[in-house]
Ligand binder design. Structure first.
Ligand code: NAD
Ligand code: LMR
Length: 364
């Protein structure tokens, strides 16, 4: 009899648990299948940007709070001990999204199976240098790493080049990794885009999240053209064009452009090191918007291969305003380009063509 009572009690207990816990577990998401981890490569991971970027990725700032990741960290042999230190800290951070860490100085191992590659490794410019002054040291790295990505990365790998000269390094990577679709190779101008938003927010004393649709055209260099002609601020009265809100119309054509163009150099002067925290944040913003999509009505700036839009020579890696959807970027079309803007866009095109020629002469 006692056995029968215990048996009935066990059955009732199991059923009650199933009935009560299942909806709870469902609501809490415990029963949802966990996403497959995405493999993210960071080159130059022992450097300053790497050190700021890796924890951001580990905490979901790049791919979302529900996306597990396996981090692939690459640096060169002289930085192997520091790289191992980054790996130890990453383990100690105990981030639930991190499902594995590959820290290596072997480029083939680092690139193996990666879905996203953030190419930060290289030599940074120092006080008094232009970004193209680091050309000879960096383009040969990008040629070699192009081959490694081509051979070992996932077929649909998305690449972001951060190391300077970023547009031209990306161009070299594109040319030496012909099987990676050109659409998948991009360079970072999101930092310039964010700087432009921030300048307008300070000038108009509005929240930076209320400013949108600036555009960075061309090169991530002092010839870039930060363009706020189409920028918008959301106010209590609705959306207003930035040029209408500025009392001093000349600011947008003068100081604004200069400050954004020269911000990187100003930071190097102040820190004796190039920007790292803001660059890492911008790299996360770039990949997040590319993979997860830009919010409706908002565009961002990305260095992408030109399809001839706005008269930019086809094939150059040039920064355009883009929107992103389902993992694809599209250049924002139909913006009015006045004579002032056209001249600025042509000046930065000219520099990119010169950089391309210089890059090939460095590789010859
Ligand atoms: P850093 O010197 O602190 O780090 C660079 C790291 O790259 C170092 O650890 C170095 O050992 C490593 N490295 C060198 N050659 C390598 C190779 N062949 N493979 C893998 N790793 C290699 O420099 P940082 O401040 O982190 O800057 C990195 C790059 O990013 C620089 O080129 C810098 O100019 C550029 N940058 C670009 C932007 C942008 O907006 N596009 C912004 C800031 C900095
Ligand atoms: C930046 O814009 O901060 C970086 O590209 C570093 C540099 O060389 O200016």
């Amino acid at each position: 009899m006692l056995e029968f009572i215990l048996w009935v009690r066990a059955i009732l207990y199991t059923w009650c648990n199933l009935l009560l816990q299942s909806p709870y577990r469902y609501i809490m998401g415990y029963n949802k299948a966990e996403k497959q981890p995405v493999r993210v490569l960071v080159t130059g991971a022992a450097g300053q940007i790497g050190y700021a970027l890796v924890p951001m990725i580990a905490r979901g700032a790049m791919l979302g709070a529900d996306q597990p990741v396996i981090l692939h960290l690459l640096d060169i042999p002289p930085a192997a001990a520091a790289l191992n230190g980054v790996k130890m800290e990453l383990v100690d951070a105990a981030c639930p999204l991190v499902k594995g860490v590959v820290a290596t100085t072997d480029v083939a191992e680092a690139c193996s199976g990666v879905n996203i590659a953030v190419m930060v490794g290289g030599f940074p410019r120092k006080v008094g240098m232009e970004r193209k002054d680091v050309m000879s040291r960096n383009v040969s790295i990008y040629k070699d790493q192009a081959s490694a990505l081509e051979q070992h990365a996932a077929a649909d790998c998305k690449v972001l080049v951060v190391a300077n000269p970023a547009n031209t390094n990306a161009l070299i990577l594109k040319e030496f990794a012909p099987s990676i679709p050109a659409h998948n190779i991009t360079s970072l101008t999101r930092l310039d885009h964010n700087r432009a938003l921030a300048q307008i927010s300070e000038r108009l004393n509005v929240d930076v999240s209320d400013v949108k649709n600036v555009a960075i055209w061309g090169n991530h260099s002092s010839t870039q053209y930060p363009d706020a002609n189409h920028a918008i601020v959301t106010t209590n009265q609705g959306e207003r064009p930035v040029p209408e809100l500025l009392a001093d119309g000349e600011w947008l054509r003068g100081e604004f452009i200069k400050v954004v163009q020269e911000r990187g150099a100003e930071i190097i002067k102040a820190r004796k090191l190039s920007s790292a925290m803001s660059a890492a944040g911008a790299a996360c913003d770039h990949i997040r918007d590319w993979v997860l999509g830009t919010p409706k009505g908002r565009w961002v700036s990305m260095g992408v291969h030109s399809d001839g839009s706005y008269g930019v020579p086809s094939g150059l890696i040039y920064s355009f305003p883009v929107t992103c959807e389902m993992g694809q970027w599209n250049v924002v079309q139909g913006l009015h380009i006045d004579e002032f803007s056209r001249a600025k866009m042509e000046a930065t095109t000219k520099e990119l063509l010169e950089e391309k020629a210089l890059a090939y002469s460095c590789l010859a």
